[in-house]
Design a protein around this ligand. Structure first.
Ligand code: SF4
Length: 389
């Protein structure tokens, strides 16, 4: 990261969230376009490559701690790729370093992403002992045909076993579920949702999202060639609508476009992204966001007072958002992802005008002094966001 600013300019706000990226997976899923690479965990390449990568993360953590960048963190998220695929020894090295470089007592949430096939009893035991209090499990589906169509490295039996394993600890559990998968129909989607919400599994957070097809992936190419049968757009919309109704009946609150949580189980880390709080990303391809504004007036939901926001990745400045209105537009776009929406009073006039247009289209509602996406707007959110940018 760049040097600190001179004292004559407003200081950068402290990072509040830390993301650590682990870019390794057992195999590449057929739809994946994330920054990850498949690697044989026990093979000679991994011994060098994964060990070196974790050693480098340890150095980066120490440097960040020395620079005071970890002092105000309240959440940590170890994501990927497949962090559980690092194995117990490497993960322990990483978590142990975290425990030395930041004050775990002030960390409200430490999440570890995992795939069912690489989550072992020892890994859960050790990671929990070293501070992980939330697991995010890439389940995607409880149907083996669908999992095979996606090229996932696990089956439904392994997913159930991993959920039960986490359930043995007093840790929070989030799972991902995907709709729009080849081989999927409404009945199998309903079955996956029913299984995810079975009371004995104690899943407290579910992320629901539609399959995205990227042209450069095996599944994207197969779909373009007409070699796979996919649920059509209307069916995917029906699946998302069913999930919203069903999960709300099961006691989950739809608190963000793709996120459902039991009361108090919302992702605090992801909320930092959606409410304009600075975050530090470590590891290959991880993004950081820093910002500064008028002294004593900056912070989450500032309604346009932040003057400069920067995004960095791999040591390079990638994006600058300059000026209060540009930052406010971005804050509005992010804030509208959440059910709580954005404060009407905090919006500058140009954003209020955009919101009035979206209210007229039925995509936004104004109630209790806040703008929120309407139910229709939830499914057409990209149109609302585009109007803001
Ligand atoms: S586990 Fe996730 S990151 Fe890894 S290949 Fe599959 S979709 Fe990509």
């Amino acid at each position: 990261m760049p040097a600190k600013t001179a004292s004559s300019v407003p200081p950068w706000q402290s990072y509040q969230a830390l993301y650590i990226h682990v870019p390794f997976c057992k195999t590449r899923c057929r739809y994946c376009d994330f920054a990850s690479e498949a690697m044989e965990a026990g093979g000679p390449a991994a011994q060098v490559h994964m060990d070196t990568y974790v050693d480098d993360l340890v150095l980066q953590l120490r440097r960040a701690a020395k620079a005071g960048e970890l002092a105000q963190l309240s959440t940590v998220y170890i994501g990927g790729g497949t962090p559980s695929y690092l194995g117990g020894r490497r993960l322990t090295e990483l978590l142990y370093t975290l425990s030395l470089t930041l004050d775990l007592a002030r960390i409200e949430e430490l999440t570890l992403e995992a795939n069912p096939d690489s989550l072992t009893p020892a890994l859960v035991r050790d990671s929990f002992a070293l501070g992980v209090d939330r697991y995010s499990l890439g389940v995607q589906s409880f149907n083996d045909r669908e999992l095979a169509a996606l090229g996932r490295p696990h089956d439904a039996t392994q997913a159930r076993a991993a959920i039960r394993l986490i359930g043995e600890r007093p840790a929070r559990l989030s799972i991902d579920l995907m709709c729009g998968i080849p081989e999927q129909n409404m009945t199998s989607w309903q079955a996956s949702l029913a299984e995810a919400t079975a009371p004995e599994l104690e899943v407290s957070h579910i992320s629901v999202y539609p399959l995205e097809l990227h042209p450069a992936t095996p599944l994207g190419r197969a779909a373009a060639a007409g070699e796979v049968a996919l649920p059509d757009e209307d069916m995917v919309a029906d699946m998302l609508a069913y999930a919203a109704d069903y999960l709300s009946r099961q006691g989950f609150r739809h608190y963000e476009i793709a996120s459902y949580a039991k009361p108090g189980q919302e992702s605090r880390h992801n909320s930092a992204y959606w409410t304009g709080r600075p975050y530090l990303g470590l590891g290959r391809g991880a993004w950081s966001m820093r910002q500064r504004g008028l002294a004593a007036e900056v912070g989450a939901g500032t309604g346009g007072r932040t003057l400069l926001r920067e995004r960095w990745c791999d040591g390079k400045l990638q994006e600058s958002v300059v000026g209060a209105e540009a930052v406010a537009r971005e804050d509005a776009m992010l804030g509208l992802r959440m059910a709580q929406g954005i404060s009407v009073a905090a919006q500058p006039e140009p954003i209020r005008q955009v919101m009035s247009q979206q209210i007229a289209r039925g995509l936004v509602v104004e109630e209790d002094g806040r703008y929120r996406l309407s139910r229709r707007g939830l499914f057409m959110a990209n149109e609302v966001f585009a109007s803001l940018l």
